[in-house]
Design a protein around this ligand. Structure first.
Ligand code: ADP
Ligand code: MG
Length: 254
């Protein structure tokens, strides 16, 4: 795990820069109807790292991301971020849903979308201050989309749209980035550049958690992995988690 110092991207900025923030899940059980989609999930993760959620279809990867994002209330268990319940710290989290769940026809420009990241800081109906505009400009530059800022998001490619959402997360100064299958539908160069971007966002002090279905690329992209199939099968470094025995158990291979 990455242990060296990193510059911190903290909302409000009130933390020491060499501090690692911990996400702690204890016995999380969550679901939709009668049956739990996730049972007794416990793990810890810290900022400055990338974590893959791996498991077959229906394993509960999206449910776990939705629970972390606060879109689903767990039936049991607790989630702590930096020692306090995560429910009061939603501004620390940015969530990028799976591509087919986003309405890309919504009429909004790239810049307007990224400016939405500042709403928690400035308030929805108050004017952006010069400081907020600088943060938005920097986010657009970091993601390499400043040339696109006056385009409609609906007119962009999938990879460009994803960059817009990541820029919004940077503008929000989000500390935890949750991404649902972000590599799906990207070509090889697109995947390579997203992988490099996620690693650099983590190195700057964020915690990046993404569901991921490509076992062959997981070790290059992620520091750690959780293997899920309703319950947690394994957690740890990617190579420790993705062993034949664990994968057989998760994917029901014989
Ligand atoms: P994954 O992302 O790993 O494919 P999900 O978290 O989407 O898995 O699904 C876990 C389980 O929860 C599955 O059995 C799925 O059918 C069920 N499920 C997911 N979303 C809903 C929903 N909105 N309503 C009811 N059941 C759901
Ligand atoms: Mg899913």
């Amino acid at each position: 795990m990455v242990k060296e110092q990193h510059d911190h991207i903290c909302w409000g900025g009130g933390h020491r820069h060499n501090m690692h923030h911990h996400l702690v899940l204890s016995s999380i059980t969550a679901g939709y109807g009668e049956e739990p989609a996730l049972e007794q999930i416990s793990f810890e993760a810290e900022c400055g790292s990338t974590l893959a959620l791996i498991g077959p279809n229906g394993a509960g990867k999206s449910t776990l991301l939705n629970t972390l994002a606060g879109l689903i209330t767990p039936w049991k268990g607790q989630i702590l971020w930096n020692g306090a319940p995560i429910a009061g710290q939603r501004h620390e989290i940015a969530y990028l849903p799976q591509r087919n769940e986003v309405d890309w026809k919504f009429p909004i420009t790239v810049r307007q979308l990224v400016e939405m990241g500042r709403y928690p800081a400035v308030g929805m109906w108050r004017a952006m201050r010069p400081h907020d505009r600088e943060i938005v400009d920097k986010a657009l530059r970091t993601l390499g989309i400043d040339d696109l800022q006056h385009r409609q998001i609906g007119a962009l490619s999938g990879g460009q749209q994803q960059r817009c959402f990541l820029a919004r997360a940077l503008a929000q100064e989000a500390h935890i980035l949750l991404l649902d299958e972000p590599f799906t539908g990207l070509d090889v160069p697109g995947s390579e550049s997203l992988a490099a971007l996620l690693r650099s966002l983590a190195q700057e002090g964020r915690l990046v958690i993404a569901s991921h279905h490509d076992l062959s690329t997981a070790p290059r992209i992620f520091d750690r992995a959780l293997l899920l199939r309703r319950r947690l099968i394994a957690a740890g470094s990617v190579s420790d988690v993705l062993t034949p025995t664990n994968l057989n158990q998760a994917f029901d291979r014989t």
